[in-house]
Design a protein around this ligand. Structure first.
Ligand SMILES: [Mg+2]
Length: 381
């Protein structure tokens, strides 16, 4: 069995799909992408495809080693995301060849359903109350929302109070049996995080995400001890080695993205590393159906899995939605806020290839916004 062709498709809202074809007709799909940098990842994917075409698709680990380490210079979001998407497609092919879901090939299921959270937009407490209530009505048991908007390096009392009011609004609607998580998105300086985290503790968020940027990892030990709130990060880390320092610092939740951090193969290893530190995984996934399906495969077979991010119907995907690219939405149907395990082979998702090809004819040029502070200087988004 040989890989015969690899194609990539730039598709709205901000995604990139890879289609890996074999000489016996089995096709695998992956999503090699970094949001806002899709074109460089596409170029890296095409360079890696030069090596893969002609190879046996079932030798996933060997290909992972060569793709990750074979170019002398290694690492970083672009290369790791290209490897990630191709790794997903190879696992999809392997599962289809053996007629088994990927989670079976990884050791079998340890759970039957995957708890997911829904995203809540809105800035004002009234908007947050309404948005949280809508997700509770839809059956979700957990939501996530931004912890703050743009924030000066040393926040005003009003900024701090706004954070607390958001948390209070969510907790009031959710009661004590449902959860909310807060994403600080790296917008908050270490000094602000140290001030705000203890004040949020009474609202008992499930976790606070990216309390500082991933390049402020040396500040994490102080933040871990600043409050009793579990801290989470990892969407901007790309290998198991990069997760070691935050785990040693005491974070409770790691959030690798299956399309950024080396795919299914590396996500498994990141989860195993986290297990050593008693930490849980909550995979980042604001991406399309292949990335979500791949994340679920890992979640079904990973003991220290906590909760899954997903972007179905999310407000910020204006031009296309995850379900626009699947031929059958059943694997993404929520039951009481969870996704239920199926026996479908490979990644368990049937993509709508015609829809992807049509979308790729439009393409996209998505870039994240550039924010400024009041004095005109750069602000973290
Ligand atoms: Mg985040």
């Amino acid at each position: 069995m040989k890989i015969t062709r690899i194609e990539t498709f730039l598709a709205p809202p901000r995604w990139l799909f890879a289609r890996v074809e074999t000489d016996d007709g089995v096709v695998g799909w992956g999503e090699p992408v970094v949001e806002g940098r899709a074109e460089p990842v596409r170029a890296a994917t095409e360079v890696l495809a030069e090596y893969l075409v002609g190879q046996d698709p079932l030798r996933i680990e060997d290909h992972w080693q060569v793709m990750t380490k074979g170019g002398f210079y290694r690492g970083g979001p672009v290369l790791s995301s290209a490897v990630a998407g191709l790794d997903q497609a190879l696992w999809d092919i392997k599962g289809k060849v053996y007629g088994q879901p990927v989670y079976q090939l990884l050791g079998g299921p340890v759970r039957d359903s995957i708890r997911a959270y829904a995203w809540v937009g809105g800035d004002q407490p009234t908007e947050i109350r309404e948005a949280v209530a809508a997700q509770v009505e839809a059956g979700f048991t957990a939501v996530k929302m931004n912890g703050s908007g743009r924030m000066a390096p040393l926040a005003t009392r009003a900024d701090v109070r706004e954070c607390l009011l958001r948390a209070e609004a969510a907790r009031e609607v959710l009661g004590d049996t449902r959860d909310f998580a807060l994403d600080f998105h790296g917008r908050v300086s270490p000094a602000n995080a140290r001030r705000i985290l203890p004040l949020l503790a009474d609202y008992a968020p499930l976790f606070v995400e990216e309390p500082v940027l991933s390049d402020h990892l040396h500040c994490l030990p102080d933040l871990v001890t600043a409050s009793n709130i579990p801290l989470a990060l990892g969407e901007r880390l790309f290998s198991r080695r990069e997760f070691l320092a935050p785990l040693q610092a005491g974070i409770a939740v790691v959030q690798p993205d299956i399309s950024h951090a080396g795919g299914i193969s590396e996500l498994r290893r990141i989860a195993a590393l986290a297990e050593v530190y008693g930490a849980q995984i909550a995979p980042h996934c604001p991406l399309g159906p292949v990335a979500l399906a791949a994340s679920l495969q890992v979640a079904f077979t990973t003991p220290n899995f906590l909760i899954q991010e997903q972007s179905i119907g999310i407000h910020y995907n204006k031009e296309a939605d995850l379900l626009d690219y699947v031929a059958d939405a059943e694997p993404f149907r929520f039951v009481a806020g969870s996704l239920v395990r199926t026996e479908r082979p490979g990644l368990g998702v049937e993509v709508d290839e015609a829809a992807i090809r049509a979308a790729a004819s439009r393409g996209h040029t998505w870039r994240n916004p550039v924010w400024r502070h009041d004095d005109g200087s750069f602000a973290e988004w």
